[in-house]
Design a protein around this ligand. Structure first.
Ligand code: UT7
Length: 430
């Protein structure tokens, strides 16, 4: 039987610290209100050169270093984020490129603040199923770029940062023992960015109403969070076959200190068994649990065989939990780290070379054959499904439309009207 162990961990937080007092200069709030209602004292805010990918890469390198592993060993990279660099390509692909993870699959995972635990569950399952042996799971967020800095209900809560863990397969029992993933889409509008997706693209009107920024019904989300923190923690402990007092450390999502305190009270667990760093970073969404876990490991709080429970909750609504047994660290030697750094340098050169090669290839072969030029405008586009309820090629009454004799065969034309005659292309290339 295969087990998925956490063998490396890392984090990155921006240098820039923004205190509550600083925020109180721009919105009607106070240090006292923010501390009392949330437990937050300050947060980190990304500078212009810090992005979701750059922070994810820094956290990932930290995790690989702790494990004495390199990017070339990775089979899978999962980046949990609500603030990806682009809608596509995925941020995970940017991480893959930077780490020189030539054998890895890579994808982003959207489950908001529960995203890291969702990713951990998928990564562990891939290892247990035998489809991967080395998986990087990252939570990275640049929430400062999607916050409405004039909305005191939300802007005081969030911060930027990234955390990562490396999962590796082993026959040794331990590691990720059980996970739980849940969702309730009926609460989607409680925490939402309404514009910017396919339903409502960003328009000047949407921007004027701040629909491209976080909108939250804080009280409702608070109620939901308090409920699921307790329920999911109990469920995952039961699933792992433990009792609450056997858990050595709880690593909860850092959204509000009051939510954590309520969970500790209702579970009958002393608060010092809950790792809390919300005072320093605020809510960093998918990054909050891996940042907290990394800090706990770095400060020596975690010893081999320790039993750890993580619980995340957030937009979706989603929630997730994981129970794991902490493993032995295998820190990289100085020479291993130097070799890895060299590897990342090589990855950067290789990435540039690939881009250059594509440009050269395009120059050499892109326009050699005049038949490969875009074709002149053709017939008007066929009707899309959905209009007046009819399928494409069918009339509203369900009868098939007569096909015009001049209708080009669809297989011979690509989306942009370019002939897709593979043999002509290959001939040109040879
Ligand atoms: O990670 C995703 C999950 N997110 C969460 O878990 C967040 C869950 N929600 C919360 O943490 C809390 O609901 C908040 C921290 C967002 C708000 O705390 P609350 O104790 O629930 O406050 P409230 O919404 O009940 O608002 C109380 C008052 C309101 O004024 P009125 O209507 O009573 O006059 C707010 O306008 O506090 C006001 N208020 C503020 N006052 C000063 C809201 N934000 C601020 C602020 N400074 N920043």
């Amino acid at each position: 039987m295969r087990y998925a162990h956490i063998t490396g961990w890392g984090k990155y937080v921006p240098q820039r610290v923004v205190t509550n007092d600083e925020l109180a200069q721009t919105v009607e709030t106070s240090d006292g209100w923010i501390r009392d209602r949330t437990g937050i004292a300050e947060r980190r805010i990304a500078g212009p050169s810090e992005t979701t990918a750059s922070m994810a890469i820094a956290a990932a390198i930290g995790a690989l270093d702790v494990a004495g592993a390199s990017g070339s060993q990775l089979d899978l990279i999962i980046v949990a984020t609500t603030t990806p660099e682009h809608l596509f390509p995925s941020t995970a692909c940017l991480v893959q490129d930077a780490l020189g993870a030539a054998r890895a699959g890579a994808f982003d995972l959207s489950a908001a603040c529960s995203g890291f635990v969702y990713g951990l569950s998928l990564g562990a399952d891939a290892i247990k199923a035998g489809s991967a042996n080395t998986v990087l799971v990252i939570g990275s967020e640049t929430l400062s770029r999607i916050v409405n800095w004039k909305d005191r209900n939300t802007c005081v809560l969030f911060g930027d940062g990234a955390g990562a863990v490396l999962l590796q397969g082993s026959d040794q029992p331990g590691g990720i023992l059980s996970t739980l993933l849940r969702a309730d889409g009926s609460g989607g509008e409680l925490l939402i960015i309404p514009a910017g997706g396919s339903r409502q693209p960003v328009t000047p009107e949407a921007i004027a109403q701040n629909l491209h920024t976080i909108q939250m019904n804080g009280r409702e989300v608070f109620r939901f969070a308090s409920r699921v923190m307790d329920r999911a923690t109990r469920e995952i402990i039961y699933k792992a076959g433990w009792t609450t007092d056997q858990v050595d450390l709880f690593v909860p999502h850092q959204a509000n200190l009051r939510i954590i305190e309520m969970a500790a009270r209702s579970l009958g667990v002393p608060l010092d068994k809950f790792y809390c760093n919300i005072a320093r970073y605020g809510n960093t969404s998918a990054a909050s649990i891996p940042i907290a876990l990394t800090e706990a490991a770095e400060s020596g709080l975690l010893r081999p065989k320790d039993r750890v429970v993580m619980v995340g909750f957030g937009a979706g609504l989603t929630w997730a939990a994981a129970a794991l047994e902490w493993g032995e660290p295998h820190p990289a030697s100085r020479s291993q780290k130097t070799l890895s750094r060299l590897g990342y340098g090589v990855a950067s050169v290789r990435s540039r070379a690939r881009r250059l090669f594509r440009r050269v290839e395009d120059r050499l072969f892109g326009t050699l054959d005049p038949t490969l030029q875009p074709a002149p405008a053709r017939e008007p586009a066929r009707e899309l499904p959905g209009r007046n309820g009819s399928e494409p090629g069918r009339r509203g009454d369900g009868k098939r439309e007569p096909t015009p004799a001049s209708d080009p065969k669809p297989e011979s034309v690509t989306a942009n009207g370019t002939p897709s005659d593979q043999s002509a292309l290959e001939e040109a290339r040879s």
